[in-house]
Design a protein around this ligand. Sequence first.
Ligand SMILES: Cc1ncc(COP(=O)(O)O)c(C=O)c1O
Length: 461
Amino acid sequence: MTTLDQPKTKPRQPVLTTSLPGPKSAEIMQRDAAELSTSYMRPYPFVPDHGEGVWLTDPDGNTMLDFFAGIAVSTTGYAHPHVVDSVTAQMKKFAHVCLTDYPQEITTRLAERLVRHIEKPGEKWRVFFGNSGAEAVEAAIKLARNHTGRSHIISTLGSFHGRTYGAITLTGSKTKYKAGFGPLLPNVTHIPYPNPFRPPLGSTPETCGDAVLAYLETLFKTVIPPQEVAAFIIEPMQGEGGYIVPPAGFLAKLRRMADQHGFLLIFDEVQAGMGRTGELFSFQHPAVGEAVQPDIVTLAKGIASGLPLSAMLAKESVMTWAPGSHGSTFGGNPVAAAAAHATLDLLEGVVKHPGCGDSLMRNAAEVGAYILAELRKMQAEFAFIGDVRGEGLFIGIEFVGPDGSPDGKLRDAASQAMFERGLLNLDCGESVIRVSPPLILTREDAQTGVEIMREALRSLS
Ligand SMILES: Cc1ncc(COP(=O)(O)O)c(C=O)c1O
């Protein structure tokens, strides 16, 4: 039986025993509201208590199907036995010594494994480990400036790169991330992201990539001396900004421009990377065209199935900073590294997950194709779905008003209707719902999710 065959057993369904939140969850939510930072948002009244596979259960016994994976993090779902075994074995050896000062075989081996997916003959890469996506981005900014001796960084509108000072400066998705926090990093410029559904600068879906690069060339002639640009940072498929795939060939043209002006190309793969699109890195997906090599890659989120770990990969020729110039107490923690090894085992198919074919990467491609096809049928049924896009299990559904403009209110109503039917989901962009489930999602569980989405959308129309 291939992954795409019709399931033979009745798919598992969410279980809603109480209205949400139930009494135990409500009590925890009340304590949470009293004690935790006021910056946290609580868009859904769900309190996870334990998980199994792609299912999360609250203390009142309500079980939800997870289509957001803690924002594209829980690659192998919850309590995956291979991850649990790997982490437990490392915990029994040691939990921390500090990678900045002492080499550790498990982390060395993880670096070897990661660079194998990017190195080309004659081009060696190296790895710096941190704990979060923002830390990987900070490391990338520091390395780019340190290596080039230049200061300016170009980023894109709609991007999200994290919450630390450098990372929020580069972020271009929402001003609320920056309001009241300035001054931010100097010498950062944002240009539009080539979004084929909403082509910027008066362009078309086909020409939006060229329009963006022409705009940047204009900036280089008028306001930013290109010889002062250290790097261009971009998500090869944009996450928080709306799950957007740029036109094929754009990244190759950007690569040529970077070479012409001598700045580095940083691909932020924190959200779209680690197998989610069906390729380990989204920039290697054929949908973005000819494969191009960046100079620096940032990874986090799905790398360790929920344990805090990030990596900044850089060409050896670029990683020229001096010993002691950058480091981290916890970065590259061996327990997180153990989780990353187990995650890679499943992604690469060294260890197989029942019902998910040869590897989780292939599974992401196949189950993602099924969900995309079903969502495109819904797009034909509901006029308020303006666009369905993505690759693998990196999928965006854009909600539009009658005039085609983004309809965030309708998106919120759809998201709520899905949640009330037992599907955990999350918004992004102005009016998009992202579908970013764990990569162990089987065809059967995907079908359950698709049916919930269809029913929720019908309830709106
Ligand atoms: C593309 C991208 N880069 C960086 C980050 C920041 O990661 P973290 O929240 O782990 O710092 C995120 C988080 O959403 C992201 O999507």
